[in-house]
Structures are given as structure tokens and as C-alpha cells.
Design a protein around this ligand. Structure first.
Ligand code: UT7
Length: 331
């Protein structure tokens, strides 16, 4: 028994935050952002819910799942597993997966959140596929939803140019064919925990006037350190997965990389000896949407994918978390 992606849905907010607008907010410019990172614009979720609060990660996730339902004809009553990857939960408790399920009146699915930061989609897909392969779940939704704008400090030029908001939803089902998730090589090493983090809002630094005044609820990143490891670890994991599956560059239809920095993506493709036309890249239009980047690529390239295509997915993120997966496209 194998586990295969059988549909992809997505939602991106309408508002486009351009480099031009950012350059009026902080000391930055289009030239720096394009040459160092490769981003032109990012989507930002705006608007209020019916209680007067902000729209949140669950609201985008609901729209992504509705898109998935519309595209696949999925009956949500049949879904028995709902896993949500996010670093921007609606609130610490309850899980965003429970909130999404509640909003969609899903009464049956085992639902919980996974935090693998920018590797969250890979962690989630690996986990969901284990349930499916074991036969204990038959229809799983993996929803990846990130309202990064809620944790970005728009006075900090080193991070505010990087991130955007988006949500995706993929359907994962069992198959007896030789397609789907064929291999995964995922890692975590907390030695990198200080270089990319949100300092406050948890049990070691609960919210206080001081934490708010000190901007401690926002993302803090030492970009150079993270870059150094991202560029090698993501490529290493990718090459390892290729080697142990006897895959050469010519066997691979697509590299689907996490979209944090165009230079990291290019370095990975170079190590694989993969030509640029086989690499999915949309960082220019969305920025880094954390766990939603990889499935957002699958969503945008869906029409070009063919059954049997060999895909390598690769990511690196806070923790550090990183890894690569080998999947054979199923439709
Ligand atoms: O997705 C999760 C994992 N995260 C990543 O993979 C991100 C990894 N890191 C990176 O992609 C890069 O390190 C960044 C894009 C974040 C930064 O690029 P960099 O080439 O490493 O730049 P830097 O941090 O070394 O900064 C170079 C200069 C500095 O000025 P000085 O000290 O040389 O005078 C920065 O202050 O660029 C300055 N700088 C900016 N200038 C204009 C930093 N941010 C900006 C900005 N606009 N937005």
C-alpha cells in the first residue's frame, strides 16, 4: 500500500505587498531584495472576522480546503485525518486543525497541528503517508496555512521583506500503484534554535508589556547563519535521496524546493545538476510562506505534472528542520 497526493487546493490573499511599498516602510529597495532574495511581492491577509478579530490562519485554511473540495469532489464527511502545518496558529489552544475542522463541520477526522517550520509540509506529508500506508486512515487532508504577516515586524528590514501569507490543502489517499510518497529523508537538529525564532509568547517568556515593547513576539532571524546551513543541508538531503533511489538528474521531472531564497534554490539545483527549467520557482510572487511554499508550487504547476513524474521536494527551516522527499506524481 502506498500514499499518494490526489488533489491540491490553495488560497492566497488578494493584497500584494510590493517591494516599492516596503521601501516606503523601511530602508530597503527592490534591487537589494531581488538580488539577495528574489522576491517582488508577497500576499498579505487583511480583514476582520464576524467577532471583530483579525482573519487568521484557519480562515485561509478553510478557503484552501473548499478549493480542494471544489476541484476533487471530495466529501468532507469521509475525511478521517486532518493535519495542519503552521507556525502561526490562530491561538496556542485549541489546535488550528480543531478550529478548521469545527468551521467545516468535520466531526470524524482525527485532527492536530504539526510545527516543522519551513519543513512543515514535508514533515506533515511524511506523517500523513505513514497513517495511510499503515491502513489506519483512508482519506487525509494536509493543510498548510501561514499568516506570516501576523509575526513579522514591519520595522525590521532584515525579515519583513521575506515573508508572505498563503494556505494550501492536499488530499492524500491509499493506492496500490507504484506512485506517491516513495522515500523521505527528514532531519531535526536544535543546534540552530537560536538563529531563527520567536523569543516570546511561550512558557519561558510569557507575554508582558516588556515583551510587546521589545518586539519579542516577532520573528528574529540571523540570516547569514541560517543561509549558511540552509544552502548545504537542503542540497545534501536532496542528493542523498537521489543516490539511495538511484536517481540521476535526467530521471527527475521537477525539483520542488522551499522558497526562502532564490540563491538557496539555485544552489540545490546546481548540486543535483538539474537544469533551471526543471525547478519550480514562484518566490518572486509570494515570498516565503513557510510550510505552504512547496504545496503552493504543486498547485501552480499541477497542470504540467504527469502521472509517473519523479519529483524531489526539499526544505530547510527553523529548528533547524530540513530534508528531502521523493514522490512519484499520481495523476
Ligand atoms: O525559510 C526558513 C529558512 N530561512 C532562510 O533560509 C533564510 C536564509 N537567509 C537568507 O536568505 C539571507 O541571509 C537573507 C536574505 C535573510 C539576507 O541576505 P544576506 O546576503 O545574508 O544579507 P546580510 O544579512 O548579510 O546583510 C547584508 C547587508 C547588511 O548591511 P551591512 O551590515 O553589510 O551594512 C544588512 O544590514 O544588507 C543589509 N540588509 C538590507 N539592506 C537593504 C539587510 N536587510 C536588508 C534589506 N534591504 N531588506
Amino acid at each position: 500500500m502506498n500514499a499518494v497526493i490526489t488533489g491540491v487546493g490553495a488560497y492566497v490573499p488578494e493584497y500584494r505587498l510590493t517591494n516599492e511599498e516596503l521601501s516606503r516602510m523601511v530602508d530597503t529597495n527592490d534591487e537589494w531584495i531581488m538580488t539577495r532574495v528574489g522576491i517582488k511581492e508577497r500576499r498579505i491577509l487583511k480583514g476582520k472576522n464576524e467577532n471583530g478579530g483579525d482573519l487568521g490562519a484557519s480562515d485561509m485554511a478553510v478557503l484552501a480546503i473548499k478549493d480542494l473540495v471544489k476541484k476533487t469532489g471530495l466529501n468532507l464527511d469521509e475525511v478521517d485525518l486532518l493535519v495542519c502545518t503552521t507556525v502561526t496558529p490562530d491561538a496556542p489552544v485549541p489546535s488550528t486543525a480543531a478550529i478548521i475542522g469545527g468551521k467545516l463541520e468535520m466531526h470524524k477526522a482525527l485532527s492536530f497541528d504539526v510545527n516543522g517550520a519551513c519543513s512543515g509540509f514535508l514533515y506533515g506529508l511524511d506523517l500523513v503517508s505513514q497513517y495511510i500506508k499503515a491502513g489506519s486512515k483512508k482519506k487525509a487532508i494536509l493543510v498548510s496555512t501561514e499568516k506570516m504577516s501576523s509575526i513579522v515586524d514591519y520595522t525590521d528590514r532584515t525579515t519583513c521583506v521575506l515573508f508572505g501569507d498563503a494556505a494550501t490543502a492536499v488530499l492524500v489517499e491509499p493506492t496500490e500503484e507504484n506512485v506517491g510518497v516513495l522515500d523521505s529523508d527528514l532531519h531535526t537538529d536544535g543546534f540552530g534554535r537560536e538563529w531563527l525564532k520567536i523569543p516570546a509568547g511561550g512558557s519561558v517568556m510569557p507575554a508582558s508589556h516588556e515583551t510587546v515593547d521589545g518586539h519579542k513576539h516577532f520573528i528574529y532571524q540571523e540570516g547569514k547563519q541560517v543561509f549558511r546551513y540552509a544552502v548545504t543541508y537542503m542540497a545534501d538531503a536532496t542528493v542523498d535521496v537521489m543516490k539511495r533511489n538511484n536517481l540521476k538528474a535526467e530521471d527527475i521531472a521537477w525539483l520542488v524546493p522551499h522558497q526562502a531564497n532564490l540563491r538557496i534554490i539555485s544552489a540545490t539545483a546546481e548540486r543535483m545538476e538539474l537544469p533551471a527549467e526543471k525547478v519550480m520557482i514562484n518566490i518572486e510572487r509570494y515570498g516565503n510562506t513557510t510550510s505552504a511554499t512547496i504545496p503552493l508550487c504543486l498547485y501552480e504547476w499541477e497542470k504540467q505534472l504527469k502521472k509517473g513524474d519523479n519529483l524531489i521536494l526539499a526544505a530547510f527551516g527553523a529548528g533547524f528542520t530540513w530534508g528531502a522527499m521523493y514522490i512519484k506524481w499520481g495523476y
